[in-house]
Design a binder for this molecule. Sequence first.
Ligand SMILES: C[S@@+](CC[C@H](N)C(=O)[O-])C[C@H]1O[C@@H](n2cnc3c(N)ncnc32)[C@H](O)[C@@H]1O
Ligand SMILES: [Zn+2]
Length: 420
Amino acid sequence: MFYLPLKPTTPFTFLNSKTLTPPNCCKSQPQTERGVSFDAGDTFFRHESSTARDLAVLSAAIYKKSHNELRVLDAMCGCGIRSLRYLAESGADFVLANDANPDCGGVIAGNLERADAEKKRWVVKHLEANRLLTECYLERDFFDFIDVDSFGSESSYLRAAMSAVKLDGLLYVTSTDGYSSGGHRPQQTLAAYGAYVKHMPYSNELGLRMLIGGALREASVLGYHVVPLFSYYSYHGPVFRAMLQVRRGKFPIKRDYSFISYCIQCGNSRGFSWDELGQMRCSCNDIPGSLVVSGPLWTGPLHKASFLTEMLELAGKWGWTDDRTGKHIETLLKVMIDESDPVLPFGYIRVDEIASRAKVNSPPLISLLATLHKEGYAATRSHIALNAIKTNCPMVECVRLVKEFHSMSADEKSHGLIEA
Ligand SMILES: C[S@@+](CC[C@H](N)C(=O)[O-])C[C@H]1O[C@@H](n2cnc3c(N)ncnc32)[C@H](O)[C@@H]1O
Ligand SMILES: [Zn+2]
């Protein structure tokens, strides 16, 4: 993976293609994604990011349907696969496909010609993303949908993108810095996203919350706020992505932008508001040093359920839920919808952590969910971690229930499952 410096020595200088060409590019070969043919050439292209592209294409199409217009700026487009799909599938009226690497130009143009051979609905540029976004803002050339598929914890584009997107428009942002969101470089996350992030068991969710929180901070400087329509973690990379709607008006900072604590001693997590900064303790009478705190981060909902439901319906209409690949997006969207339950707190709990605290073998995830539901708790899977749950049940209670489950006979266990 290669990184652009957080702060270029000379802003808006041209970066030569050598700097920008990652070491592990795919070699040229014709490919298809959701039936759309394209050529990746020697550009940076990852097949594993196809789900992230599916989610983007669905969102753009929904935007187009409700706003009747869709002008897209694809700021780091690689071979232009997203730009092509925005034209071919989302019904984009216009796409500005940009990649700072001029060597990608031929491949991008060749791909976009597949959707519009007359070149009326697209242009290709090779500018540094910040420069392009700032120029668009200065020329009052605003876009409905801006996609910035960046590397590492590069976040300097956030403010420029926020300025160039229309109000109520969508901004698709990325971070690939799993090392920092894992709490290994709090100085780095502080510099990039304004959040001091320490290691917590649900660090991949923190990565999403850090990205959204950083965007919210930039938006509030301009008098705007953002609403996450969906947040998506993918372990290939890893990659953290969020689809944000940029709205007018500052966000009431006290709500949904605060501090998250995890108690090593009892395993409980909770949020602390800005007013409670001096009073951070766990209710288990934690011993000094057992409370790990990260923040400020986005602590509100990761997704907007109504938007995800529209995405799921559209995916169905497009036949994406019928095939084997499609099943994946259907399952993903359904889990995300479940995760949007407003009573669920931030974070997820790994079943193994509960079992280890209970000193028993891990129960099957499905049995644990059924038990929690039976006890009246909200509980669901997490799209981020396979063997983990999101629940409003405190850890101590989870441990008790898992112990109880462990001591049940096989008959009682299957009966419990059927009842639930
Ligand atoms: C992750 S790849 C893009 C992949 C593409 N969006 C896709 O879905 O296949 C990032 C691209 O951004 C370009 N890039 C890196 N830094 C840039 C910058 N500051 N401005 C513009 N383009 C940049 C790289 O040349 C690379 O092609
Ligand atoms: Zn505690």
